[in-house]
Design a protein around this ligand. Structure first.
Ligand code: UDP
Ligand code: MG
Length: 158
């Protein structure tokens, strides 16, 4: 039983996800949210905002030496972004590879995007970056804590 609980806790990693301006402008907010919702990922925070260029630079600070950094930050701050925090595991699998041409069909990028600079969604790449990104995008009071009634039908051992 303890083992089951530990397995369950390990499953419930927190992930930061954002629908980038291209996803918002293309009318894909509901499509993207529904994929996570249908998979059983629990939504604990959501908001829409236009990030400033400085904010985008903070978000992508680890890419600051890459040639596409300026264009990427300009793009992220060019329009509304839908920012979310979810409790889940395997979020990256649903999102697909960075380059949509290499994303498997069935993934969000594989099904809905074509080029790397317009790949419609951001997802944190591990628990540590998730923590940093959640702290950057959300205040603690914006996160909602609740027990999802669906959890016992989605996960074993609770
Ligand atoms: N990106 C780009 N050109 C590249 C690599 C990345 O424009 O050659 C953009 C792309 O939009 C990607 C973002 O930079 O989503 C962040 O890059 P990262 O390597 O973190 O990919 P992700 O985690 O988004 O899959
Ligand atoms: Mg990344």
């Amino acid at each position: 039983m303890v083992q089951d609980q530990e397995a369950h806790a390990a499953q419930m990693e927190r992930t930061f996800i954002a629908i980038k301006p291209d996803g918002v402008q293309r009318g894909l907010i509901a499509e993207i949210i529904s994929r996570f919702e249908h998979k059983g990922f629990k939504l604990v925070a959501i908001k829409i905002l236009v990030p400033s260029k400085e904010f985008a630079q903070k978000h992508y600070h680890d890419l600051k030496d890459r040639p596409f950094f300026n264009g990427l930050c300009a793009f992220l701050s060019s329009g509304p972004v839908v920012a979310m925090e979810r409790e889940s595991k395997y979020g990256r699998k649903l999102i697909g590879a960075t380059d949509p041409q290499k994303s498997e069909p069935g993934t969000i990028r594989g099904d809905l995007a074509v080029v790397v600079g317009r790949n419609i969604i951001q997802g944190s790449d591990g628990p540590e970056t998730a923590k940093d990104e959640i702290n950057l995008w959300f205040k603690p009071q914006e996160l909602v804590s609740y027990k999802s009634n669906a959890e016992k039908w989605i996960y074993e051992g609770n």
